[in-house]
Design a protein around this ligand. Structure first.
Ligand code: GDP
Length: 298
């Protein structure tokens, strides 16, 4: 299926790093666990999550007296599925106004992901409106307009350099008069200045609080999976600056570093909501922990 295909490179890397290990031992021992630790780090799970997984496996295997590699492999898949299962998929609440702020550094696939999410929510019967509040670059506004057209949803935009707060304000008014269910705001979520990012989000939130006090809110952080451990670092920095409610991990199709999803979920406890598996409008999947774990290991 498409998930397996999208994850092919990551899967090959994990199979290469980890599966071969299980075949190499008749019984698990200390050497096995040490090699497993190395293999998980090589698969981009990050140090903290790797240590946590291996400790837990050692403990469970001891308690359940499991020595066969195949049995420990089953424990590993369960453990990973458990780490990934931080929330239910989905970002909107039916019957409510939904406001989604999207942040992320340039080039990670923020615009593309907004377009894909808009198309998906629209196809599910929601009225979606986009706000081009990343006014820092003209290209960002133009690109979002292209995606609005592709997704066949309305967009509110001002000129390059305009006040993002004014865009959000206008978009909120438009969302109300057009009876939108979902307002997705692109933001200039840059990181080179944490204080700027926080201020900008605060300002938008103040406007949105006033306009939609009862709305369901999400702050989505878009991360590029091809950057591996760097994506994990970015997630940590953003999490210090903004109340992130979910992660969109893009470009899983082009990378062997998809194991970073497990590291992000394990370390930050922020749910992964969507994964990007291609450049097309349909190439975005709601993240489901079990399916993801199964696609990696089965
Ligand atoms: P932004 O600067 O963060 O808004 O990034 P864009 O949305 O413009 O995307 C940057 C590049 O990444 C574009 O060429 C997109 O087509 C590509 N891209 C975005 N998401 C994915 C994905 O899931 N898979 C692949 N292969 N490419 C993607």
């Amino acid at each position: 299926d498409t998930l397996k295909k999208g994850l092919e490179k990551t899967r090959n890397s994990i199979v290469g790093n980890i599966e071969s290990l299980f075949g190499a031992y008749d019984e698990v021992d200390d050497d096995f666990y040490e090699e497993l630790e190395e293999a998980l780090i090589l698969s981009d799970l990050g140090m903290e999550t790797t240590v946590r997984i291996v400790e837990s496996l050692r403990k469970k295997a001891r308690e359940q007296r499991l020595k066969k590699p195949e049995e420990v492999r089953e424990l590993l898949v369960e453990e990973i599925a458990g780490i990934l299962k931080t929330s239910e998929p989905g970002i909107i609440e039916a019957g409510k106004m939904n406001v989604i702020l999207v942040i992320g550094v340039n080039g990670v696939g923020k615009t593309t992901s907004i377009g894909k999410i808009a198309a998906q929510l629209k196809s599910e019967g929601n009225k979606v409106l986009l706000a081009a509040a990343d006014t820092f670059r003209a290209a960002a506004i133009d690109q979002l307009k292209v995606w609005a057209q592709r997704a066949d949803v309305d967009i509110i935009y001002h000129q390059e350099g305009a006040d993002p707060g004014a865009v959000v304000f206008d978009a909120a008014a438009a969302a109300r008069s057009r009876k939108a269910d979902v307002l997705i705001c692109d933001t200039a979520g840059r990181l080179h200045n944490k204080k700027n990012l926080m201020e900008e989000l605060k300002k938008m939130n103040r406007i949105l609080d006033r306009e939609f006090p009862d709305a369901h809110r999400e702050v989505l952080l878009v991360l590029d999976a091809t950057t591996g451990q760097n994506a994990l670092q970015q997630a940590k920095l953003f999490a210090e600056a903004a109340p992130i409610t979910g992660i969109v991990l893009t470009k899983l199709d082009g990378t062997a570093k998809g194991g970073v999803v497990i590291g992000i979920a394990g370390e930050l406890k922020i749910p992964v909501k969507y994964i990007g598996v291609g450049e097309g409008i349909e190439d975005l999947q709601p993240f489901r922990a079990e399916e993801f774990a199964a696609a990696l290991f089965e």
